[in-house]
Design a protein around this ligand. Structure first.
Ligand code: SAH
Length: 338
């Protein structure tokens, strides 16, 4: 059965016309969907007949909160159970400037980064656009909070589920959908070069974040297998093309690991790599995962790394660690833990 949350308004219109219904009904249904309604019976401006027909042919609900945990800092981690019995995690973070939802886009991940818990669980399948969007709607319903920012930094590699993620973003953007502007949406990628270039041509104003973690190919390859496929030089070329086409600033994420990539010589090497680029560096104190052998850099080293970059004219900030007490921080999300 088709899920209506997987469809654009124009596609729902087409479905209704094919059913012999009036096209404008689609607008009513679409409005209900993005008000978070997930049963046809609640769509009170539709006739009983139409509701019956819709029930016979379509679904709405595709996931639900199976469990949640609240951190000392207010961050909430949700275990979202999908219809097929799989589960993913999503996180709500509260910042001064608004609430951010961190979304998963795949069940598991193929990329194999050796510091990330999501990589350890293997890959099952892509999430559909409806499953991606429903995470936002479920978080809003469950917490009573309005989401204003979205980060694709949960489980999965968004540029490896390109079409579904793009469709979800367009539905999130749609003024009649969730009406969250592209500038409030961040996509984080481990560096899938062809799709960075594809994204540059989408004419979409979202923020691109690149998980760099080292400016040296040997070190980066030891952390991230994808670096054997696309080298740092190739990623940088793609980023330059992205900046040139979109005029958008890129964020480079850099997780600091004690003794691996956190020396001032590393900072200097990174500054040289990024010199002159329209970018920002987001330093992440690495979070330890089960079975992982990387240790977090000391606060002094993290601040020295940041200051070094700033002195060289590269804007760098340290990401706040939210939710680490409930394993909701970067790299700690897993597929299922009911
Ligand atoms: N697949 C996407 C999204 C991953 S999660 C990507 O690779 O970018 C978002 C960020 O958290 C990425 O920069 C990722 O490299 C980082 N991350 C993963 N594991 C981490 C860990 N254990 N500690 C700190 N950051 C981590």
């Amino acid at each position: 059965m088709k899920n209506l949350r997987d469809l654009y308004l124009s596609e729902i219109e087409e479905e209704l016309v094919n059913m012999g219904e009036k096209k404008y009904r689609a607008k009513q249904i679409f409005a209900w969907l993005y008000r978070g309604v997930d049963s046809f019976d609640e769509m009170t401006d539709l006739s009983k007949d139409l509701i019956q027909k819709l029930k016979e042919n379509y679904e709405i609900k595709c996931l639900e909160v199976a469990k949640f945990q609240k951190s000392k800092d207010g961050t909430i981690k949700y275990l979202m159970e999908l219809k097929d019995g799989n589960a993913v995690e999503s996180v709500l973070m509260k910042y001064k400037y608004g609430n951010t939802a961190c979304l998963s886009n795949q069940i598991g991940c193929k990329m194999g980064c050796n510091f990330c818990a999501s990589a350890k669980i293997g890959f099952v399948r892509n999430l559909t656009p409806g499953e991606i969007i429903s995470q936002i709607l479920e978080i809003e319903k469950h917490s009573g909070e309005k989401i204003s920012n979205i980060v694709f930094m949960g489980i999965g590699e968004p540029l490896d589920n390109y079409d579904n993620v793009m469709k979800a973003i367009r539905l999130i953007n749609d003024p009649k959908g969730l009406n969250i502007g592209a500038r409030h949406i961040s996509i984080s990628t481990c560096g899938l070069v062809p799709n960075i270039i594809r994204l540059a041509d989408e004419n979409m104003q979202c923020n691109l974040c690149i998980s760099l973690h080292s400016s040296k190919d040997d070190v980066r390859s030891s952390m991230m297998p994808i670096n054997n496929r696309y080298s740092i030089a190739e990623v940088m070329e793609a980023c330059k093309e992205y900046i040139q086409k979109t005029n958008r600033r890129i964020t480079f994420e850099y997780a600091l690991v004690d003794g691996v990539n956190d020396s001032l010589a590393d900072a200097d090497h990174l500054a040289k790599l990024l010199r002159g680029m329209l970018c920002h560096v987001n330093l992440i104190p690495i979070n330890k995962i089960k079975g992982g052998n990387y240790e977090k850099s000391s606060t002094e080293k993290i601040l020295a790394f940041r200051d070094y970059l700033n002195d060289k004219g590269i804007v760098a900030t340290v990401r706040r660690e939210l939710g680490s007490d409930i394993d909701a921080a970067c790299g700690q999300l897993v597929r299922s833990q009911k």
